[in-house]
Design a protein around this ligand. Structure first.
Ligand code: UD1
Length: 341
């Protein structure tokens, strides 16, 4: 079976994707610099799949190492590129770090792929490229709005770099997947999300509050024009998201893509408010969650959820898990991580 490179394969979405690739028989090589992950994740992957992927601890900002890697692995048939920094606040504080980590590394990889007779590339993009869309649900044709942060800008620029490179490189097939809000963990609780420090994202903050690590959740605003006043997002189970990568990769490996650069939304199509997510957590955990309403967070959009028709009909992929399923897996993982430590 084909050999696939997964950059950032020890991270949250990367590790779940490695497991799903292995499940359908792909041979996986991981590159990760462990800046926001740990080699222990390899153990969790192995527990699930029974197979330890090849692992190269490597920093993709080192061009000579990237060149050396691709010369040693001539047989790689597909690349899923997750490795990137993703904290919005940090990107505002240190934009150059984000342009170096997220843009330079992408350029180095694409330069190596351009040398090949054929190459297949899946890119981690984000619904953040839409900003506050004028129409909901959000289709892939919605305009890309000026980015709210350097992080968001790296996703927009990343998509442009790939699209422009594809135009002049017929041997390169690429798909950008625009993720909505990935949450949850593998049902086995052998892998999951491990945020560094205080989580900025809603669900890890909820589970850490539930376990007693944080005093209470601050809900950012209940005066939005939504059904309960809190903001709406499309929360997708990370295992469903991981499977979308496998399907996208198979599409280009089998030559089923309609052009050599395609874009798909990856979401459930259903929006949930912050209070609905809290309710779901309380339901699956059987505990009440401590929270207070505070002011809006700067840069937050009111509502974002995916139109999934293109992913459902063209890609042939559909999210299967419910919000409760995802919250249950996130809670199981949180309990396991804390008991272990
Ligand atoms: C955030 C980023 C987005 C990035 C994504 C990566 C911002 C403004 N956006 O998306 O660019 O692609 O993470 O995962 O940072 N919330 C609370 N209390 C909290 C945390 C969150 O009420 O402690 C609310 C937020 O206001 C939002 C929802 O929960 O309405 C989801 O927040 P979050 O998980 O941070 O995701 P996004 O803001 O959608």
């Amino acid at each position: 079976m084909a050999k696939i490179l997964v950059t950032g394969g020890l991270g949250f979405i990367g590790s779940h994707t490695v497991v799903e690739l292995q499940a359908v028989g792909f041979d996986v090589v991981i590159i990760d610099n462990c800046s926001n992950s740990s080699e222990d994740v390899l153990e969790g992957i192995t527990k699930i799949s029974g197979k330890t992927p090849a692992f190269e601890k490597l920093d993709l900002r080192d061009k000579s190492k990237v060149i050396d890697f691709f010369s040693r692995y001539q047989d790689i048939e597909g690349i899923i590129h997750f490795a990137a920094s993703k904290a919005v606040g940090e990107s505002v504080e240190n934009p150059l770090l984000y342009y170096e980590n997220n843009i330079t590394t992408l350029v180095y990889i694409l330069q190596e792929l351009q040398k090949r007779d054929t190459s297949n590339f899946i890119f981690s993009s984000s619904c953040t490229v839409y900003g506050q869309a004028d129409e909901l649900p959000i289709t892939e044709d919605a305009p890309v709005k000026p980015a709210e942060s350097p992080y968001g800008n790296t996703k927009q620029i990343g998509e442009e770099i790939i699209s422009e490179t594809c135009k002049v490189t017929p041997s390169l097939n690429a798909i950008a997947l625009r993720y909505f809000n990935p949450i949850g963990a593998h049902a086995s609780a052998n892998i999951g999300e491990l945020p560094l420090g205080v989580p900025a994202n809603l669900v890890p903050f909820i589970t850490q509050t539930g376990i007693g690590l944080r005093e209470q959740l601050a809900v950012y605003g209940n005066d939005y024009d939504t059904r309960d006043g809190t903001a709406i997002r499309d929360y997708i189970h990370v295992v469903d998201l991981a499977k979308a990568h496998v399907v996208a990769l198979q599409r280009i490996l089998e030559g089923k893509n309609k052009s050599n650069y395609e874009v798909f939304n990856v979401g459930t199509g259903t929006g949930s408010t912050v209070l609905e997510v809290i309710n779901s957590f309380e339901k699956v955990s059987g505990d009440s969650l401590k929270y207070k309403i505070v002011g809006r967070r700067e840069g937050d959009v009111v509502a974002a959820y995916a139109d999934t028709h293109k992913a459902n009909n063209e890609l042939g992929w559909k999210a299967e898990s419910t919000l409760d399923d995802a919250m249950e897996s996130a809670w199981k993982w949180e309990k396991k991580v804390r008991n272990k430590n």
